[in-house]
Ligand binder design. Structure first.
Ligand code: ADP
Ligand code: ASP
Ligand code: MG
Length: 831
């Protein structure tokens, strides 16, 4: 005997039912089988919606007619695929159900409430309508099938909607159908979910249910009662994955799982099996298999008595689950401490009301006991405890009972967790990295599971990030690119070219938005970067930062990064909002870091609090490795004692030309012609941009300093006017030639050259001309090259020097791209 269960996902359409029937027939060719079927996909939810709607006064007929057409459409299709399918007979049975449904629903509308026994009758109709369809399909396929009423075989007590089986009675009822008994049909067919409830006061059993998703449990009870050699659960996925594949796209299929692991996984919310399913199977050592009716040739997942060979090299965590719709109740107060029996009073009050507790934690000070129940019970529990502790609450030795609604329990599960250290730490780090606030933590006594209680909205994010940390699968980056001009555009081209190679290395980088003056291209799945420029022009959507922030707050992508490649003066003022939305920022835009020291600190504080990163390697020296190098130096305890730098390609070129006897005016014009300078060379020559870079370096070195504190030593002689248009200014330049020529002549006598850059010395930052001799690293730096000379406590007497071309779209874009890539790998564990 083999037991097969087909869920709603295998009963979703005529096609699916036919495929499932093929599987049944195939198995029946090998052995006698018992089959449990659910309702047609979506029908149970529609029945529930009917109950809810009619209680609040809606008319029953539309619900009934929708259900009628779902079933009659399937029957009509089955008839055309299988001429022997007896659609009329099946529809006659279904119509009997639907007529009763209409009567019951109308009653609800009249009374405005739904008694439990009516609820059970209504909800069970989904299965009662589906089973005859399957029966008729099997008959049409010439199978020997016997449709049985599960209410004659499964008896429950406890909660009528979610009963606990009386196994002895079930087994007795099923005895006549075991192998070797007189029952001759090759296929025994049972509707799932429904049962007879014998927990009431009346003598006769009434209809009960096994809880939502309960057909799994039906199959286990029937399989165990019939002495099946294995029970197969047929659904729409290839087996049990390390997390719900609808939430984690790269979840990994698990080959084998122990009963205990699977029980824990389903208890903590994994929908793949009803939580009570495995207990009767484990008790009898019956193997369970999770299989895919849409892909029957896949091996599936075996659940049995571990350990399994396939688990040997696997990590400690086998699965991650999320149980939503929970509430956490906390009882606290000075009266809790050291008092005997407080926990007992809390938990007996709750369990006497028949409400099950999902998880318990107690603070080490004994000051608070918190526990979780299903959200639907939260109010009743609060009332119960208010009554239980009325006296203590009135005398203030216990605080008012606190309910945190809308929680989710996210759990990591694995038999091997207890042998491995650091698992819990990694789990909490993972959640912290996405700023998921943990309300409570609990570890199962078997050390097979660790659960965290978090806000319901964070559930999916928590599962995704924990999965990434434990299974080290593909790491993702979601880029939101603002500014797609020279640098931003080049960066997007670079990303497009590298995307595939990065994916091969386990990094899934997607550009979700590209925004510039033309508009904002946006795609929640990631933009195909082919011809992105044209697409942005054609998108017809206006650039809107708030839209992006709302999207990120709502969907919580795992690793969103905002890339500011604009020259915008205002955008950096929004960086705080961007961090608060949960995004990292990478930018070559120097503005944010050169605003006030207050803002500078606030940026870092917010990024830290949100566990996101602020990356600006290209603020100084474009593609040269300056910022990261400095940060590492200072983090490891080094101190800056002095700095000199040539930090502008145009100034490097102009002053280098003077070495070779060029006239100053010619040097400036040449630099302008070569496009080294800004359109108005005064912007370079005044040194403001250099000052910003020097400010950023000084701040990196720990100095608290404002832009205004930097001493600007003009390169222009006194009396020389900087007024007028660019042309007027350029025309006036030759007036300076003799001034510089004289300077150079003087310097030459001492074998020195003139450079323009910045210095940091004795806590002072200045920008201006430097006179340097051959021993100075800046002596040879010219022709557009940049150089940064850091004197530090460790780099002495020879300073650390970084030299190279510090400009150009290609290297700058690559620097920003490098920053983007820094957001991965920093958070991946070694599991
Ligand atoms: P059925 O109707 O066949 O009972 P369900 O929808 O109840 O099917 O359960 C199957 C679904 O369970 C899958 O489609 C999947 O989205 C979800 N699921 C949740 N957690 C897991 C997991 N760890 N492994 C596989 N599926 C899971
Ligand atoms: N049809 C029921 C439900 O949707 C039982 C099941 O499908 O397992 O909850
Ligand atoms: Mg199910």
């Amino acid at each position: 005997m083999l037991t097969l269960k087909f869920g709603g996902t295998s009963m979703g359409s005529a096609r699916r039912i036919l495929d499932s029937a093929d599987i049944m027939a195939g198995r029946a060719g090998l052995d006698r089988i018992s089959v449990v079927v659910s309702a047609v996909a979506g029908v149970s939810n529609k029945l529930q919606a009917g109950i809810d709607g009619c209680i609040s006064g809606a008319v029953a007929a539309p619900y009934v007619s929708e259900l009628r057409s779902i079933h009659s459409d399937i029957c009509a299709e089955l008839k055309s695929a299988l001429p022997k399918f007896n659609a009329e007979a099946v529809m006659a049975k279904i119509n009997v159900c639907l007529d009763e449904l209409e009567r019951l629903l109308s009653g609800l509308a009249t009374f405005g409430e739904c008694p439990t026994s009516v609820h059970c009758r209504i909800m069970g109709m989904g299965e009662l309508m589906c089973a005859p369809i399957v029966e008729s399909v099997l008959l049409a396929k010439d199978q020997s099938v016997l449709l049985l009423d599960s209410r004659k075989f499964i008896y429950t007590t406890g909660d009528q909607k979610e009963g606990d089986p009386d196994y002895a009675r079930c087994s007795e009822a099923l005895a006549g159908y075991r192998d070797g008994s007189s029952a001759l049909a090759q296929i025994l067919l049972f509707p799932g979910f429904i049962c007879s409830w014998i927990g009431g006061t009346g003598a006769a059993p009434v209809m009960g249910l096994l809880g939502r998703n309960g057909s799994d449990f039906s199959a286990a009870i029937i399989g165990a009662g019939l002495g099946a050699s294995r029970v197969e659960f047929w659904t729409d996925v290839d087996g049990i994955y390390t997390a719900d594949p609808r939430v984690v796209k790269d979840a990994i299929l698990v080959k084998d799982m122990s009963y205990e692991e699977a029980m824990e996984l389903s208890f903590f919310g994994s929908k793949v099996l009803h939580p009570k399913t495995l207990a009767p199977l484990a008790a009898k050592g019956i193997e369970a298999w999770s299989l895919n009716s849409h892909n029957p040739s896949a091996r599936g997942t075996r659940i049995g008595k571990g350990p399994f060979e396939s688990e040997k090299d696997a990590g400690p965590v086998r699965g991650i689950s999320c149980l939503k719709d929970c509430a956490m109740i906390s009882v606290s107060g000075s009266g809790m401490k050291g008092r005997k029996g407080m926990a007992a009073r809390i938990f007996s009050a709750v369990s006497n009301a028949g409400i099950s507790i999902l998880l318990i934690t107690q603070s080490s000070s004994e000051y608070t006991i918190s526990f979780c129940v299903r959200k639907a019970y939260a109010n009743s529990v609060q009332d119960l405890l208010k009554a239980e502790f009325a006296l203590e609450i009135s005398t203030k030795i216990i605080n008012p009972i606190y309910v945190h609604e809308n929680c989710a329990i996210v759990s990591i599960i694995g038999d091997a967790m207890k042998q491995k250290r650091g698992v819990a730490g990694t789990f909490f780090d993972a959640l912290a990295s996405r700023d998921v606030n943990i309300l409570a933590i609990a570890q199962g006594s078997s050390e097979r599971s660790i659960s965290t209680v978090i806000n319901s909205d964070d559930g999916d994010t928590a599962v995704r990030v924990a999965h990434q940390f434990f299974f080290n699968t593909v790491q993702s980056i979601q880029v939101f690119a603002f500014g797609a001009g020279t640098i931003g555009g080049t960066m997007l081209d670079q990303i497009r070219e590298q995307q595939k190679a990065l994916l091969d290395q386990g990094i899934d980088i997607r550009v979700m938005a590209v925004a510039n003056l033309d508009g904002m291209l946006f795609d929640a799945e990631g933009i195909d970067l082919e011809n992105w420029r044209d697409k942005v022009k054609a998108c017809g959507r206006r650039t809107n930062l708030d839209e992006i922030l709302d999207f990120v707050k709502e969907t919580k992508p795992l690793n969103p990064i905002f890339v500011d490649c604009t020259a915008s003066y205002d955008l950096p003022e929004r960086y705080i909002d961007i961090f608060k939305a949960g995004m990292s920022i990478a930018t070559p835009n120097k503005r944010a870091n050169s605003m006030s020291m207050d803002f500078y600190r606030k940026l870092r504080e917010t990024a830290n609090n949100m566990h996101v990163r602020f990356l600006y390697e290209t603020n100084v020296g474009a593609g040269l490795p300056i910022i990261d190098t400095l940060q590492n130096l200072f983090k490891s305890g080094d101190k800056l004692t002095g700095f000199n730098g040539i930090m502008s390609g145009s100034l490097s070129y102009i002053f280098g030309q003077l070495d070779d006897g060029a006239k100053f005016s010619e040097a400036v014009l040449e630099a302008k012609a070569k496009r080294y300078t800004e359109p108005d060379p005064r912007d370079d020559l005044k040194g403001t941009d250099v000052a910003r870079k020097a400010l950023i370096i000084a701040r990196e070195a720990g100095m608290s300093i404002e832009l205004e504190d930097i001493e600007m030593i003009s390169i222009f002689p006194e009396g020389f006017s900087l007024e007028g248009t660019t042309e007027e200014f350029l025309a006036r330049l030759p007036e300076l030639d003799s001034y510089f020529a004289k300077k150079m002549e003087e310097l030459k006598k001492h074998n020195k050259v003139l450079r323009m850059g910045a210095s940091i010395k004795d806590g002072k930052v200045s920008v201006g001309m430097l006179e340097v001799g051959p021993e100075d690293p800046l002596y040879a730096v010219k022709g557009g090259e940049n150089a940064f000379v850091f004197h530090t406590a460790r780099y002495t007497p020879i300073p650390l020097t970084v030299r190279g071309y510090g400009a150009g779209a290609g290297v700058t874009a690559a620097g920003v791209f490098g920053d983007i890539l820094r957001t991965v790998s920093w958070n991946v564990s070694s599991f």
